[in-house]
Design a protein around this ligand. Sequence first.
Ligand code: FES
Length: 105
Amino acid sequence: MSENFVKVATVDEIPEGTLKTVNLGNEQAVIANVRGEYQSIGAVCTHQEWDLSDGTLEGESITCAGHGAVWNLKTGEADWAEPLPPEPIYEIKVDGSDILLRRKG
Ligand code: FES
């Protein structure tokens, strides 16, 4: 059974080019607004747990503010000096001004 979408934010909270961390149950997800399209992966860097919303959004990647791991928003995988466990990926639905999220898979 797939989980239901949950409202986690509104569109005005995440303007184009910005990042926001939201709570989904006991998980944290970072939502990126990439040229008007929302994408989301886990918010806690699997290296040393920095919040990815403190990082830099560039294209479809977030560079972690901690030590510079580059997280791919499509795959949830990091490009870094050593392999890091991937982030979960979240599906996003926009309903009016609401942003809803659910874990993919
Ligand atoms: S905590 Fe993200 S790269 Fe180290």
